[in-house]
Design a protein around this ligand. Structure first.
Ligand code: ADP
Length: 472
């Protein structure tokens, strides 16, 4: 998998998710808008229906207001028309308007009536009301306009006859889109006054109600975005994993070539040596060279066998030939022969707490396992290696622990060292020789015995490998 291809996939994936989110947001805002309009329409219908119903019942909610205003205007009208000073008149007008407003707010009963009507019909009953006075006139022989807003003025000039006793449907739709709902236009009249106003309601719970109604859509679309995101992540991870594996394979082939070439070139040189006339007479030299060839062939054979064996494992679970053995004894034997083998000398301390535990082991594989751990402990060391070996029992398991004071393994590498062909710090390929198979073997062998292996390590401080094998 090429880098460019990976990036293309990444960009395509992310942009398609972004598009999806955009589309979803679009849909949701559409749904929200529609619900919002539906809400306003529904509540405007029901509240107008209610207002109409109460009008029909001869109490539109403003009966008391009507009477109160009538009394007050009756009392003040004569005095009002005698005021000559312009300023004083303006002041009076302001006072009258404020008074009318206050009475309307305080003495109207339309709001509680509407509330109970809404409740009865199963609608949300909590709302705030708002009353806007459009026109207020005091009438004696003359008409004094106390207040008239532009809208009302415009309507009058538009020549439309204003019938204040009925709600006017023309304005309904324009107020529907806002958060305020127009319930009706009202006109109140008495002996000496005429008053036109609009009554609005406004639901503070509206957002909550709509949210409740859209929650299913909202949840589903969030879920779908989430699912697509997860799917993409999984696909991408697989892609990266695939790339990593293919890199590992390339590394392995490079390493193997290197490993195989060393003994091969030694053999080639040895062969050439044997051809030389001055050597052929020297029996000692011949023997030495022959031994060298033999040793290198064995090494070569070992390498090839290892690779063959691994490809065999891929196809079938490999067969163990287990027998009951004293673990401590076996371990001591392996360590002894490791010490006397070739390679760097290491200080090896052993500590056993196995009380002569016997368990089923395939000794040959177990030897490979321990040898791999020991040779890694020696190999990945930048000073004189000191190795601790422990054997103990825990929860019906035999535990074998190999600790070293070597270079350690980073957290990132720890996740992969048991993978086939994996080698840490591949940049440094030839500093420590290897094929990345040793620990893969260790894990496979431990698992074949029903156990497992784990690592804990700090770079620069050393590593500890713990193998557990169930007691039988
Ligand atoms: P190889 O030794 O052939 O590279 P292994 O499977 O034995 O392969 O080890 C995998 C990697 O784990 C090694 O490349 C090395 O980086 C790291 N490793 C293994 N054992 C140790 C250890 N004792 N100390 C530090 N690093 C280790």
């Amino acid at each position: 998998m090429e880098m460019r291809k990976k990036n293309t996939v990444l960009i395509l994936g992310i942009s398609s998710i972004l598009i999806l989110i955009l589309v979803q947001v679009n849909i949701i805002t559409g749904v929200w808008k529609e619900k919002n309009e539906m809400f306003s329409l529904r509540y405007s219908q029901i509240s107008q229906e209610a207002a109409g119903y109460y009008r029909f019942q001869k109490d539109d909610g403003f009966n008391l207001v009507r009477e109160l205003l009538n009394d007050t205007t009756d009392k003040m009208v004569t005095q009002l028309f005698q005021i000559k000073g312009k300023d004083e008149l303006e002041k009076r007008k302001k006072g009258i308007l404020e008074y009318f407003n206050a009475v309307l707010q305080r003495e109207q009963v339309l709001s509680p009536m509407l509330s109970s009507y809404l409740e009865m019909k199963g609608f949300e009953k909590r709302f705030n009301h708002k009353i806007i006075i459009n026109d207020l006139e005091i009438i004696n022989d003359d008409t004094l306009v106390v207040y008239r807003n532009e809208r009302f003025q415009a309507r009058r000039q538009g020549g439309r006859k204003y019938d204040g006793m009925r709600s006017t449907p023309q304005l309904q739709l324009s107020s529907v889109s806002g958060s305020e709902i127009l319930v009706g236009w009202y006109g109140l009249g008495g002996n000496h006054y005429r008053l036109f106003f609009e009554y609005f309601i406004d639901f503070s719970e509206k957002k909550k109600i709509i949210l409740r109604e859209t929650s299913a859509t909202l949840g589903l679309s969030t879920l779908s975005i989430l699912l697509v995101g997860i799917m993409f992540m999984i696909t991408y991870r697989n892609l990266v994993e695939e790339r990593r594996l293919s890199n590992l394979k390339t590394d392995f082939i490079n390493n193997m070539t290197h490993e195989l070439k060393t003994p091969l070139s030694t053999i080639t040189v040895a062969g050439k040596t044997l051809e030389m006339p001055q050597i052929r007479t020297n029996e000692e030299k011949i023997l030495e060279t022959a031994k060298l060839i033999g040793k290198q062939s064995v090494h070569l054979n070992q390498l090839i066998n290892m690779i063959l064996e691994i490809s065999m494992w891929e196809r079938t679970q490999f067969q163990l030939e287990k027998r009951k053995v004293d673990v401590e004894e076996v371990m001591k034997d392996i360590v002894d022969s490791f010490k006397s083998g070739p390679g760097r000398v290491a200080m090896i301390n052993q500590k056993y707490n196995l009380e002569g535990t016997k368990t089923d082991l395939d000794v040959v594989y177990f030897t490979t396992l321990l040898n791999n751990l020991l040779s890694n402990a020696v190999k990945y060391s930048d000073k004189d290696p000191v190795i601790e070996i422990e054997g103990f029992r825990e929860d019906k398991n035999v535990c074998i622990r190999v600790s070293d004071n070597g270079i350690g393994i980073s957290k990132m590498d720890q996740k992969h060292i048991f993978d086939k062909f994996y080698r840490a710090s591949t940049g440094n390929i030839h500093k420590y020789k290897g094929l990345g198979l040793g620990l893969y073997y260790v894990k496979k062998i431990a698992e074949a015995h029903g156990g497992d292996v784990a690592v804990s390590s700090k770079p620069g401080k050393g590593s500890t490998f713990t193998v557990i094998i169930p007691e039988t």
